[in-house]
Design a protein around this ligand. Structure first.
Ligand SMILES: *[C@@H]1O[C@H](CO)[C@@H](O)[C@H](O)[C@H]1NC(C)=O
Ligand SMILES: *[C@@H]1O[C@H](CO)[C@@H](O)[C@H](O)[C@H]1NC(C)=O
Ligand SMILES: *[C@@H]1O[C@H](CO)[C@@H](O)[C@H](O)[C@H]1NC(C)=O
Length: 438
């Protein structure tokens, strides 16, 4: 049904724009679980790398701290997490393959162009085609780092390279907001990135927060990627210059998006470039404007130094910067402007989620902080099944929640990230972690 609606909307976009499916439950409960402060413990060190664990069963993740050149950072990453990396990439490849051949339902949301190509060329052929179509636009240092991860972990480079093409061939739903000035309790920027994707596959396991400690002599800043063991593209993260990213895959566009392209920079690389290379809001926006863009997305970029935030209507043909003064798409019933807030619930045309997110933000306007976001806005919109990051970078904090892992047998806790206990990361502590002396 979803595929059919999408198909119709592509054929006749101006005559008929489809809306996304589903809606949050009208009885969605608040999330009243107290936020827990992160107290990471060291589990392993290697040359240029330190591995910590969240020491917290209800919200378990690892943190890899990396130093050195891109290759050295990759090598350390691979050495720190070799078993996790092998497991994650092999399981993901199998899971993807089962969806392509239809022995599992298409929970990753693989689009018809990719499925058709996989029938024609095989799964590897389709992923390699995407690699080829995007290769020229990717920073060569990215492949050096991935080579390091492969050498350090012993996991096949070709396998890792192929799995890194997956985000370009799927679409998460996801939600975001940026609230600042009079809308927030502190007056600072508070930014949401809620990832709604597949919670049945391997992505709820092997959560890895990667901290790149880049020194002043390199052209890269220190930054943090909320990712998976060995996965070095970025869908969620922030940097030491107080920039942060949000992202929504657009499955229900209107005709203002224009055409998609498969040739250009994969969005996980563009987002990574912002976090790794940009220090100011304007730099990130310029990068987005000038990028050879591919698929339809809504990006979110925030700069906590200045409190600026915008969402970006992003496609091959457009990069439109959306602030609270020019909220789009305009609709008084489900996407009404809110002063000092930009928000999107699940998709571009998604009245049921956007309206609830709007109502929760308006209800709390002037008092919006991380606690309100966790307890009310996110939980009642029921967005962020796989992972959630709330960035309060002016306060040196990021609040994270993840879907229940497959090895977590606590039956009392919910399984969606938005129902679970959040962990507060101390960002100053994160970036000032010292390299091990080996
Ligand atoms: C939106 O929610 C309403 C009321 O819950 C429901 O009737 C409708 O089917 C939903 N729309 C979509 C596109 O799912
Ligand atoms: C992409 O495909 C072309 C044509 O087959 C080939 O010449 C080129 O080397 C490929 N590029 C990469 C990065 O694999
Ligand atoms: C707003 O959205 C509703 C559907 O929820 C639609 O019926 C209406 O035409 C839209 N209004 C505008 C101005 O697009």
């Amino acid at each position: 049904m979803k595929v059919l609606l999408l198909f119709i909307s592509l054929l006749a976009p101006s005559a008929f724009a489809a809306y996304c499916n589903g809606s949050p439950s009208p009885d969605a409960p608040e999330n009243n679980i107290p936020i827990k402060k992160s107290q990471p413990v060291i589990v392993k060190s290697v040359k240029n790398g330190l591995l910590q664990s969240s020491s917290d069963n209800s919200n378990q993740f690892t943190i890899s701290h990396l130093w050195g050149s891109p290759y050295e950072q990759g090598l350390a990453h691979g050495q720190l997490l070799s078993e996790d990396i092998a497991g994650f990439f092999e399981t993901t490849y199998k899971y993807l393959g089962d969806q392509v051949i239809g022995s599992l339902p298409n929970k990753l949301g693989l689009p018809s162009w990719f499925l058709e190509m996989a029938v024609e060329k095989g799964l590897d052929g389709a992923l390699d085609w995407t690699y080829n179509a995007t290769f020229d636009y990717v920073d060569p240092a990215f492949w050096e780092e991935l080579r390091g991860v492969s050498d350090g972990s012993g996991t096949s480079y070709d396998l890792m390279r192929r799995i890194h093409m997956l985000p370009e061939a799927t679409k998460g739903h996801c939600s975001m907001f940026g609230a600042s000035d009079d809308a927030t309790k502190s007056g600072n920027l508070l930014q949401l990135r809620a990832l709604d994707w597949d919670v049945d596959g391997p992505f709820k396991d092997n959560v890895n927060i990667i901290v790149y400690h880049n020194d002043d002599s390199s052209d890269r800043v220190s930054w943090t990627n909320i990712a998976w063991s060995g996965f070095i593209g970025s869908v969620t993260g922030f940097n030491s210059q107080q920039l942060a990213i949000s992202e929504i895959g657009v499955t229900y566009p209107d005709d203002s998006f224009g055409e998609e392209s498969r040739h250009g920079i994969p969005f996980v690389n563009l987002l990574r470039d912002i976090l790794e290379k940009d220090s100011h809001f304007e730099d990130a926006n310029k990068r987005i404007s000038e990028a050879p863009r591919t698929c339809n997305l809504i990006l979110g970029v925030g700069d906590a130094k200045t409190g600026e935030f915008n969402s970006v209507q992003y496609s091959n043909s457009v990069a439109n910067f959306i602030t609270s003064d020019n909220l789009q798409p305009v609709n008084d019933t489900w996407h009404a402007p809110i002063e000092d807030v930009v928000y999107f619930g699940m998709d571009w045309l998604c009245p049921n989620y956007s309206e609830v997110l709007h109502d929760r933000l308006l209800e709390n306007w002037g008092q919006i902080d991380a606690e309100v976001a966790v307890r009310d806005a996110i939980a009642r919109t029921q967005t962020g099944n796989l992972h959630i990051a709330i960035y309060d970078l002016a306060d040196d904090a990021a609040y994270l929640s993840f879907a229940k892992r497959s090895d977590d047998d606590d039956d009392d806790a919910g399984s969606m990230a938005y129902e679970r206990q959040y962990t507060k990361l101390d960002i100053a502590e994160l970036f000032s972690t010292e390299a091990p002396t080996l």
